[in-house]
Design a protein around this ligand. Structure first.
Ligand code: MG
Length: 411
């Protein structure tokens, strides 16, 4: 280590080239930012992206946005901020194990939910309907609008001026809508770091929705016994408990089973992805991006891939058995938790609030703050209203709804 006063960015970039897989995204080879900027002395481009996201106003608002439950119902349920932090930690674990760029996977995961409306998917669905004749609403698109346009912290550009690789990860799907800035180019396959971020998001919510669902009492452990992943998580947990003969409370046993389930998903994803890469290793990131399928070793070289959306290939994925279990668990949660009458009552309330706000602002734009009205000329009135509502926290939206509709509430 002698000879280094501190680890410079150039040194770190060099370490990445030596340490990471040939198909990983190296910060030193980034396609750069829309507005060129000088590089930092000791942070790489992706580390800087991550820091910009964490310091964004939209990031702080995640704390007061719903994941499934409205933020003020119980101090222990997840909100979008804790979901995002749990997802980022999972993304780092997976990226590190696969010799991918942890900083990039982390930055993408930290930004992935910035565009969510208040009240989660219920808010998104109603805003999309309200915006039907004006290009619709989609939270991935909104995340990109936030990092490209809406954050206001720098004199030389709007947004955060993130690298093309981070923006590609945030974009998720090919855009079917217009965006005022050039979009990252679309390839048959996105970087593995972007794919890891998607899966980390999914593992994070499966894991914590089980936890919150059980904690709330809306789902019961007995009901979960019908699912393969829960049963095998309980069995693998019990195997370890034999070695640690401690009397466990119900709460600890449940937490250990949920932990085993999450750990099992992460482990399977790492092993299956690594198997796919080993069966047919790409020469470089550029080579990987052009691949329309991976060559699965066990499938006799048959070309296949996890196709998502517009026919894109995904190399990062679960083994067929765990993938089936994951789908089963998702439909279990959907039927028993997301569509539980108690949750649907919240959804209905959220739809009323978001819908009422949109209609009221559109009927009388003078009710909007001046900085929102100032954006009418550039964005068009409906999009400026949609940006304003999408940026609201649950708390702000509920207060604002009360101010507008309760004659006794203060203005
Ligand atoms: Mg998410």
């Amino acid at each position: 280590m002698s000879g280094f006063r501190f680890r410079t960015r150039e040194r770190y970039e060099q370490e990445e080239r030596e340490r990471l897989a040939p198909w990983a995204a190296c910060a030193g080879d980034s396609a750069g930012r829309l507005v060129p900027e000088p590089e930092h002395a000791y942070r790489t481009a992706f580390q800087r992206d991550r820091d910009r996201i964490v310091h964004a106003r939209a990031f702080r608002r995640l704390e007061f946005k719903t994941q499934v439950f409205v933020y003020l119902e119980n101090d222990h349920y997840r909100n979008r901020l804790t979901h995002t932090i749990e997802g980022a930690q999972i993304a780092r674990t997976i990226a590190r194990a696969l010799y991918l760029n942890e900083d990039l996977a982390e930055a993408i995961t930290l930004a992935h939910d910035l565009g969510h409306t208040p009240f989660g998917h219920a808010g998104e669905a109603v805003l999309d309907r309200c915006m039907e004749d004006h290009g619709g609403f989609d939270h991935n698109r909104q995340s990109l609008r936030i990092v490209d346009l809406l954050e206001n912290r720098y004199p030389d550009f709007s947004g955060l001026n993130l690298t093309e690789e981070t923006r590609e990860g945030i974009l998720k799907h090919a855009a079917a809508w217009s965006h005022p800035l050039p979009l990252p180019p679309s390839h048959p396959q996105r970087s593995l770091e972007a794919q890891v971020a998607d899966h980390a998001d999914e593992i994070a919510y499966l894991h914590h929705d089980l936890d919150d669902g059980l904690r709330s009492g809306l789902i019961g452990v007995g009901m979960l016994e019908t699912t393969a992943l829960w049963k095998s998580a309980r069995a693998s947990r019990a195997g370890r408990d034999v070695e640690m003969p401690v009397q466990m409370s119900e709460a600890v046993a449940r937490a250990r089973t949920i932990g085993s389930l999450g750990d099992g998903l992460i482990g399977d994803l790492i092993e299956e992805t690594s198997r796919r890469l080993a069966a047919n290793p790409p020469a470089s990131l550029a080579d990987l991006r052009q691949r329309r399928g991976y060559l699965g070793g066990e499938l006799g070289g048959e070309l296949r891939g996890d196709l998502r959306g517009e026919g894109r290939t995904e190399t990062v994925g679960f083994s067929p058995e765990i993938d089936r279990g994951k789908r089963e668990l998702k439909s279990f949660l959907s039927e028993n938790f997301y569509r539980h009458p108690d949750v649907l009552r919240r959804v209905r309330k959220a739809e009323w609030i978001v819908g009422d706000l949109f209609r009221t602002y559109r009927d009388d734009p003078n009710l909007l703050p001046t900085d929102v009205r100032a954006r009418f000329a550039r964005e068009g009135e409906p999009r400026a209203v949609s940006d304003y509502i999408a940026g609201m926290t649950d708390r702000f939206a509920m207060d604002e709804h009360k101010k507008l509709f309760d004659p006794h509430a203060p203005i």
